[in-house]
Design a protein. Structure first.
Lengths: 296, 807
């Protein structure tokens, strides 16, 4: 196994073009586990730790450009207001040590359905900034996940950053694990209200071959909120609507039975999380500053 | 360069830092028994500086690697080591055919485990070949190049497949001492315990409840994976530095396989990163020695976590079927039970686990009419053996569920119902053994119930819900929705020490001399310090007995006689007893020396009861006769002797009658849980424990043991389980990614109430502490979850699926 250590982004792109099988590594919290377990043995490992600008972020007008290697602990600390869903998701990642090392770029590169960031990115709306010696492009998050641990990157491309829409309304993130901390998701759910466009977006993790949105549920809720004038009158969403939304989210799952949980449980739990996160976000939307406690 | 000496583990003693919590024995010597002196290795461990066995190093050492079976049951058609041997840097590849002696098997009680597989593998991960190379990665890659052709065989995975008419025999041609009395060769051992007249008692019962329970496979999940270093010696022998629970038991099994007399196999304890029973069996010991002797080079073997899951035995999973009867006024009439333990491919500690499960199978209750049967199976599942509280843990989960069921049926409070039937001193066990020391079962329940309850809705704060206090924790799954509190109680009984007629002794060598102008005591035993605190307690005993502050614990090795196993809650009792005994011998010798030298100066030398206190010889009135420094001069006084607790008897193979146990220990728990009933997630809010320890030699260590055992029981209740595929008998989750153990966020506050009712048969009246809290913790949590959810829950661990009907 050869170890590549590009000193700059340009060198990294050149190395990736020369060795398309090279596996990029930054925090190493995913790649090293795979290597240690002998699940993969890449021909080349490309260390991106010397590419300093991957650790930077910029808060723009519409979105945040988040460098691929910005650790989760930084997101929790500095981007809570702009990216509340992702900040909540970051909280659920492993342990403090791993949150200090791991970043969203790694989650996207691995594209595991269990990656904690994905539901938050899907719900917020995001674009992945990919680049190769051939040039840069932005891949909408909805098109990014193409299969189990597969993504839309070309073999010579690297992830430079992800552009995430700044929150224009409340966002929530929930994850089920069989332990109260440091646990891989049995399933996860992200929800973002977008009052600007009067839409809602969702993200489901670990309950399908890829991270997915519950599009039917989103459309149902958009229509129901519109119809009832809820965005304007701020009324409590009727339980029947919340239930239907939850059922449609559960129906968007295509889970499997595995050592972490059954398919039936995953479907069930996604429904419960959808209902609860809807209640929490809607409660925030109706009255800023209200406590979310007991909102369901 | 010498290998790192495990001096860190055994400690330099040093001044005791703990504040004395009580004055005992009128001892004038600080740091004696009853004080919470601190562990000599504590700071090193929490700062990461402690040298574990995996840190051992020898400059010209090789690295050993084991090739393990990828399937659970297969015939080995061929093994080709040619390609592996051709890898540059490889020094040796060995298979069964390369074993040097006639003895090729080992085992704790039944020598049924092949050192390397011979013609057949019986479980997933069984060692097939070993490699030594100059780099661990080279060894690993070479092992992968060994070509083994397997022809898979049908797997035996449970009682039905083990006892089916056409069942494959896991071990053919058994000749072990249990083989004659078992009903089927796939049963390792069977122990019935029959007492009284169950049929008659059954007729008196107003209420009968039945239950079938399933107990999952738990792992010890110790911190330090199996590791050690074997160094060949000039005389043709070998010196093994090893993390183990019992040096001499290892030695007895290792030497014959190497074809060496025991005195040519020297063993020194290396830093042990936890054990919990998982180091009672051999792991890499023989493999490292074989490779060292073959290559003439020191060989180190370190398992990684993945391999560790295959490298040691686990806790027996069990199916337990119970019938309990009671009269309307709440008196137990009878208990019938059948406990089926899955021992996996090799016997390990299965016979003893059966003995405990059966003899302790009805719990700490008075029942005159019982019909108990426990069996352990041979299957192709992973081998199971010792783990903290074995046998008693599985039974406690089931009988405590039954007690709750009965109480509910009778409309009685579950604690009062237990108290009504609680055993006490004088109670006769199902084995016919009369309990002849305090058995404060009702009192422990009373105490644990009387503790203040944790406040309701602790998660509420002015800024909303504190998710860390809620089920799901930081995963942010509830802000209070669906959360219901439940409370549950359980109590258990565990035996202390080795039972059933085993000659369970310890050896201690104690030496007193003057060094640096003051008296110094050295305590040398072969006790394995695995974290239990023997190094602390044995020094305390020496201080109390010999009145000397400076006590050094010598590194544990085989240059002194056996200290028995660090298991069965026995080391403070038995090796502690041996240390006390050796100290008494030393004291006599010191006084003899004193009489010779100073006897003529003071009549009290001849007439008074003399003690050693504060570095002096004193009369029982407290008058100082001489300084130990002067008594000893330049002489060293030493004593070494074996010490035994009172003997036990085997259980009758048909009736289970016999005074089989040395001592019993008791703990009770109250669990308070909050369950997210919609998502099936559990937060254990508090696990209160009351335990009788006879005498707390080190109160801080006692509380630590109780809290540790409680946490391990909690893990078994809500998350810890090795999942084995029932079709292939392969392990599905051999990693800490998917075998979950409690984090600090899962571990509740654990208030502990320590009761000290002396057992007159034991040194200082003490009672073994380590295991009892592991028993009742699990059923208490289960009872609390049942209380919160109203569900029956007849298996542990409970998973979210079981609480949401989605299993």
């Amino acid at each position: 196994m050869d170890f590549l250590r590009p000193a700059s982004w340009e060198e990294a792109l050149a190395a990736k073009a020369e060795h398309p099988t090279a596996v990029p590594i930054a925090g190493g919290t995913d790649v090293m586990v795979e290597i240690n377990f002998d699940r993969r043995r890449p021909e080349y490992l490309m260390d991106l730790n010397r590419v300093a600008d991957l650790y930077d972020w910029e808060v723009g007008e519409e979105s945040v450009r988040l460098g691929a290697s910005v650790p989760y602990s930084r997101i929790m600390e500095h981007l809570r207001a702009e990216l509340p869903g992702l900040a909540l998701a970051s909280h659920t990642v492993a342990s403090p040590q791993i949150r200090n090392r791991g970043g969203v770029g790694g989650n996207l590169g691995t594209a595991s359905p269990a990656g904690d960031a994905h539901p938050a990115l899907l719900a917020a709306g995001a674009e992945v900034e990919a680049e190769s010696v051939r040039g840069a492009r932005r891949i909408p998050i909805d098109d990014f996940y193409t299969g189990v641990k597969r993504n839309a990157l070309a073999p010579d491309e690297l992830i430079r950053a992800v552009h995430i829409k700044k929150a224009d309304g409340p966002q929530q993130y929930s994850k089920v694990g069989t332990r109260n901390a440091m646990v891989i998701a049995v399933c996860a759910f992200g929800l973002a209200l977008h009052p600007g466009t009067r839409t809602v977006r969702t993200g489901i993790g670990s309950a399908a071959p890829t991270p997915v949105r519950a599009r039917t549920a989103e459309e149902f809720l958009r229509a129901a909120l519109d119809e009832g004038g809820f965005w304007d009158n701020g009324k409590i969403i009727p339980p029947s609507v919340a239930r239907r939304f939850a059922d449609l989210c559960a129906a968007a799952c295509n889970p499997i039975d595995d050592v972490r949980g059954t398919a039936d449980y995953r479907r069930h739990a996604v429904g419960v999380m959808a209902r609860r996160t809807l209640a929490w976000t809607w409660e925030s939307y109706r009255g800023p500053g209200r406590v979310t406690e007991g909102a369901a | 360069m010498r290998p790192s000496e495990p001096s860190a583990a055994s400690g330099q003693g040093g001044a005791p830092l703990g504040v004395p919590t009580k004055i005992t024995q009128g001892s004038g010597t600080r740091g004696g028994i009853g004080e919470s002196t601190l562990r000599p290795d504590g700071i090193l461990k929490v700062t990461g500086e402690f040298a574990y066995s995996s840190d051992l190093w020898h400059e010209d050492m090789l690295w050993g690697q084991i090739l393990r079976s990828p399937v659970a049951h297969a015939e080995i058609v061929s093994i080709d080591t040619g390609e592996a041997l051709a890898v540059p840097g490889v020094y040796a590849v060995m298979t069964y055919d390369d074993l040097p002696a006639d003895v090729k098997h080992y085992g704790l009680e039944i020598q049924d485990t092949p050192v390397l597989a011979h013609g057949r593998v019986r479980h997933h991960g069984e060692p097939v070949a070993i490699v030594a190379a100059d780099h661990p990665e080279t060894a690993r890659r070479a092992a992968a190049k060994i070509e083994v052709a397997y022809r898979e065989l049908p797997v035996v995975t449970d009682e039905a497949s083990a006892l089916a008419p056409d069942a494959v025999l896991v071990h053919e041609d058994r000749t072990d001492h249990h083989s004659h009395h078992v009903p089927h060769p796939n049963i390792v051992h069977r122990q019935p315990i029959v007492r009284g007249d169950v049929a008659g008692a059954r007729r008196r019962a107003d209420v009968i409840v039945e239950g079938e329970y399933t107990f999952g496979m738990q792992d010890q999940a110790f911190l330090g994976p199996e590791s050690g270093l074997a160094v060949p010696e000039e005389d043709g022998g070998v010196h093994l530095y090893i993390a183990t629970q019992w040096l001499h038991s290892d030695l007895r099994q290792i030497a014959p396989v190497l074809g060496l007399p025991e005195d040519k196999v020297r063993m020194t304890l290396a830093g042990v990163g936890g054990a919990f029973g998982g180091r009672e069996d051999l792991s890499m010991q023989i493999h490292a020695c074989l490779l060292a002797l073959r290559t003439g080079r020191p060989v180190k073997i370190v398992y990684n976590r993945f391999e560790s899951f295959f490298g040691h035995v686990h806790r027996h999973p069990a199916k337990l079927r119970y019938e309990h009867g009671a009269t309307r006024d709440g008196r137990l009439t009878h208990v019938k039970c059948r406990i089926v333990l899955d021992g996996g491919a090799y016997a390990s500690a299965s016979p003893a686990v059966v003995g405990n499960a059966s003899s302790l199978g009805i719990g700490p209750y008075v029942v005159d009419d019982v019909d108990i049967e426990a069996v352990a199976l041979y299957t192709n599942n992973p081998p199971c053996g010792a783990m903290r509280g074995f046998g008693a843990v599985q039974a406690c989960f089931a009988y405590e569920a039954q007690m709750d069921k009965l109480a509910k049926e009778l409309g009685l409070d579950p604690v009062e119902f237990r108290q009504l039937n609680a055993m006490e001193q004088g109670t006769v066990m199902p084995t016919g053994q009369r309990v002849d020391s305090p058995a404060p079962v009702a009192e422990l329940l009373r105490r644990v119930k009387a503790m203040p309850m944790p406040p309701e809705r602790q998660w509420e704060s002015s800024e909303g819900a504190d998710v860390r206090q809620l089920p799901g924790g930081l995963s942010n799954t509830t802000h209070g929705e669906g959360v219901v509190r439940g409370v549950g109680y359980a109590v258990g009984i565990k035996n202390v020490g080795f039972s059933e007629g085993f000659d369970d002794y310890s050896t201690a060598r104690v030496r007193m001399e003057v060094a640096g102008g003051e008296p110094v005591v050295t305590v040398h035993t072969a006790m394995a310090e695995v974290g239990q605190g023997g190094v602390t307690v044995h020094a305390q005993i020496a201080r109390t007995e010999l009145g000397v502050t400076r006590v050094t614990i010598h590194p544990a090795d085989t240059r002194v006689g056996s200290a028995g196993s660090t298991s069965a809650s026995r080391q403070t009792y038995v090796t502690g007893g041996a240390v006390r005994h050796a100290c008494a011998l030393v004291r006599e010798k010191v006084l003899e020396l004193g009489r010779r030298r100073f006897g003529s100066y003071h009549p009290a030398w001849a007439t008074a009861e003399l003690l050693l206190e504060g570095g002096k010889v004193v009369t029982d009135d407290g008058e100082a006769l001489a300084d130990l420094v002067d008594v000893l001069g330049d002489e060293a006084v030493e004593a070494e002797e074996e010490w035994r607790h009172r003997p036990t008897e085997p259980f009758d193979p048909r009736t289970g009658q016999g005074d089989g146990h040395v001592q019993y220990s008791f703990a009770a728990h109250r669990a308070v849980v909050e369950v997210d009933t919609e998502l099936g997630l559990v937060k254990v809010v508090e696990l209160a424990c009351a335990q009788d320890v006879g005498k707390a030699l080190n109160p801080l260590s006692v509380v630590g043991q109780i809290q540790g055992g409680t946490a391990q029981g909690l893990g078994m209740a809500v998350m810890e389980e090795i999942l084995v595929d029932p079709r292939t008998a392969k392990v599905r989750n051999p990693s800490f990614t998917d075998y979950l153990i409690p984090t600090i966020l899962d571990t509740p506050t654990i208030p502990v109430d320590v009761l000290e009712l002396a057992d007159g048969h034991a040194p200082y009246g003490l009672r073994g502490v380590g295991e009892a809290p592991t028993l009742s913790s699990t059923p208490a949590v289960l009872a609390a979850i049942r209380d919160a959810t109203g569900l029956e829950l007849n298996r542990t661990p409970v998973r979210p699926e079981h609480l949401t009907g989605t299993a």
